[in-house]
Design a protein around this ligand. Structure first.
Ligand SMILES: *[C@@H]1O[C@H](CO)[C@@H](O)[C@H](O)[C@H]1NC(C)=O
Length: 334
């Protein structure tokens, strides 16, 4: 009896604490928190994202329906009624002002662009959270978001963690559907200048077991599934519709973790160990990218629902608690 009461109390704590509350209690606070589907702090009441109407170019902000709640998609639906809408800003919930906006041109001149990347359709990736419709960020080739003047993100060899919830079935083999730390110059400044989550079946650098897709780390000048940019059989092909992808790094140590974002149970560790040769120390620059590579390589596709970057190297236990919160959020398709 006592143990079941304690278990109930613990479960209630997990449900009410958002991902960033959990990272904070693990002493690895979020320094950037992005989601178009829900608040990532239990007390967050600010805006989640901004949509822009193509009919008259006006914008409106979409917040959570309540503190710490899911996105108020009804406001988007009425604002965008009868016209196309695009996601123009993905706000940072961490308080650091690390908003993501249309990525500028970079070293790589991608498909159909000779300048800034495209914005995602605001209705391209509808999903449900415990049965209520919300919208993710559908990245088609040529789409990308960035912040080159981020505050509080890891630079140099500083430790950081990150996770993202993605659509495990929307990917391709182009470079690079990423979320995480990248160059501030929009150009490739060399090995170790990035540390970002990659998701897809690009085989130009590393790869994992089977045909993919895989969670890998984009460390610049290479996608890594393990210590070397080679085939690492411990990095499995992902089959889940909703996948939680985790990358973290600290001096001469980094890890890939992942799991089904809708399945109870801990995340699995696909790699944990030393830096690749030539990547110790890291030379992280602290910009934030979504949907593109560090040099604005924008041939990839994917779908992003939520993600954060932290200060410090999160423990596996902290990440497992975050995974429990993601599972409780109830991602699904209608
Ligand atoms: C990536 O996956 C797609 C879809 O299954 C497939 O058509 C493509 O050939 C794959 N690319 C590589 C490099 O394996």
């Amino acid at each position: 009896m006592l143990s079941s009461v304690l278990a109930l109390g613990l479960a209630a704590t997990l449900v009410t604490a958002g991902p960033c509350d959990i990272y904070a209690s693990g002493d690895t606070p979020c320094v950037a928190a992005h989601s178009t589907t829900r608040a990532l702090y239990s007390d967050y009441t600010g805006s989640l994202y901004q949509v822009q109407r193509s009919s008259d170019s006006t914008t409106t902000d979409i917040g959570p329906v309540s503190a710490g709640g899911i996105a108020d998609s009804a406001t988007q639906d009425s604002f965008c009624d009868g016209t196309d809408c695009y996601i123009s800003i993905i706000y940072d919930q961490s308080g650091n002002g690390n908003d993501l906006t249309q990525a500028p041109a970079g070293g790589f001149d991608g498909p159909g662009t000779n300048g800034a990347d495209n914005l995602a359709s605001a209705t391209g990736a509808p999903v449900t959270l415990n049965g209520e419709t919300v919208y993710g960020v559908l990245v088609t080739p040529g789409t990308g978001y960035r912040n080159d003047v981020a505050t509080g993100t890891a630079t140099g060899d500083a430790a950081e963690g990150m996770y993202a919830v993605l659509d495990g079935t929307n990917y391709n083999d182009q470079c690079c559907f990423d979320y995480g730390n990248a160059e501030t110059s929009n150009t490739d400044t060399g090995s170790g200048h990035m540390e970002a989550i990659y998701f897809g079946n690009c085989t130009v650098w590393g790869s994992g077991a089977g045909d993919g897709p895989w969670i890998m780390a984009d460390l610049e000048n290479g996608l890594f599934s393990g210590e070397s940019a080679a085939n690492n059989a411990d990095d499995p092909s992902i089959t889940a519709r909703f996948v939680t992808a985790v990358i973290k790094g600290e001096p001469n140590q980094w890890a890939i973790r992942g799991g089904d974002a809708t399945a109870d149970g801990a995340l699995s560790t696909y790699y944990s160990g030393a830096r690749p040769s030539g990547y110790n120390p890291m030379i992280k620059e602290g910009a934030i990218i979504l949907g593109i590579g560090g040099d604005n390589s924008n041939g990839a596709q994917g779908t992003f629902y939520e993600g954060v970057m932290t200060s410090g190297y999160p423990s596996d236990e902290t990440e497992d608690s975050v995974q429990a919160d993601i599972v409780a959020a109830g991602y699904g398709t209608s």
